[in-house]
Design a protein. Structure first.
Lengths: 190, 153
């Protein structure tokens, strides 16, 4: 004769689960880490002179300790920095005011004109981090828009929507993010 | 003629709570999967700046963090400090920290190690630059400026 097994009281199960839940809520974080990814240049070799770059190929951006911008020797504004960078890095054939153009053979897209332009960014030790990020962001936006333009022209899609790695690489090759960061100066003090 | 049995109201029937644990467990699993463990206690105040051109940081196990910001407690001063792991540090400690982080990883993964700079937006660039120079010296070239995502108007 089988005896009836008494049912286990599961009423407190919910409480136990709640405790666990609260423990995990407290000890874990949900924040997704987002940020601007950059690759630092390797340290300079003191014996090797830095390569000479023609003046017309450089766009100099200076940020001082008051967070003011100086673009190629003229006071600049963060709001139109992106447009200026885009304009500078765009292809302007036979225009001595813009960087030189080099024809390059790139896989997937064939022969395209590429610019020799370089953005040179220099900041003061007193520049605020917020301003620095703003400038980096504007630069990144300018390059992304240029890449989008080329990508739309060649592949009919925006750069971020490209599926094939080869296509992405080709676009990256045609429009590399050429931002050079000069060693900072301490002019404005703290 | 069939007659419906008139059930005499015997008070409200008790709501079955036997599935409540299941629901809570479901929530629990959701949180366990979507969140990550807090690894360090942060002693510095960090209000990350916002930027629109951000990328998501993949592979959190391959990221080492450097926090820079003013200390949360006044007794540690008001000037921005660097925090590595669970303690305050100076710029000179950065190479050692990177070395430690490298040794903690698989040899194959070491070259993918990213350094995430979590910096308060009001910190001056001087200290950030010093850290960057140290990173350059030890060859930790891949860095990530931690920022919040903001939609560009």
């Amino acid at each position: 004769m089988a005896r009836k097994v008494p049912e286990v009281n599961a009423g407190s199960m919910a409480d136990i689960a709640f405790l666990l839940l609260i423990f995990f809520l407290v000890t874990t974080t949900m924040d997704v880490d987002t940020g601007i990814i950059r690759v630092l240049p390797p340290p300079l070799d003191k014996n090797v002179d830095p390569p000479k770059v023609k003046d017309r190929n450089i766009m100099k951006i200076l940020v001082n300790s008051r967070d003011r911008l100086l673009i190629n020797g003229e006071p600049g504004n963060i709001n139109n920095l992106k447009e200026k960078v885009k304009d500078f890095m765009d292809i302007h054939p036979d225009n001595p005011n813009y960087p030189e153009i080099k024809m390059e053979q790139i896989e997937m897209i064939g022969e395209v004109p590429t610019t020799k332009g370089i953005i040179s960014l220099k900041n003061d030790r007193g520049t605020s981090y917020k301003m620095y990020i703003n400038v980096q962001d504007e630069l990144a936006a300018a390059f992304r828009e240029l890449r989008d333009n080329l990508s739309l022209e060649k592949f009919g899609r925006k750069y971020d929507d490209l599926v094939l790695e080869e296509q992405k690489e080709a676009i990256e090759k045609a429009i590399p993010i050429r931002v050079s960061e000069a060693e900072p100066e301490d002019v404005g003090g703290k | 003629m069939a007659r419906f049995k008139q059930s005499k109201s015997k008070g409200l029937p008790a709501i079955s709570t036997s599935s409540l644990p299941d629901i809570i467990f479901m929530l629990l699993f959701f949180f366990m999967v979507t969140t990550t463990m807090r690894e360090t206690t942060i002693f510095v105040k960090i209000k990350a700046p916002a930027a629109s051109e951000v990328e998501k940081l993949e592979k959190k196990s391959l990221v080492s963090y450097i926090y820079i910001g003013p200390p949360t407690q006044v007794k540690y001063g008001l000037e921005p400090r660097i925090q590595l792991n669970d303690q305050f540090a100076t710029v000179n400690d950065v190479p050692e920290y990177i070395e430690q982080e490298r040794n903690a990883r698989d040899e194959a993964d070491r070259k993918f190690l990213t350094t995430s700079l979590k910096v308060d937006k009001d910190v001056k660039m001087g200290i950030v630059t010093d850290v960057k120079q140290e990173l350059r010296k030890v060859g930790a070239f891949k860095i990530n400026y931690s920022t919040k995502k903001e939609v560009r108007q």
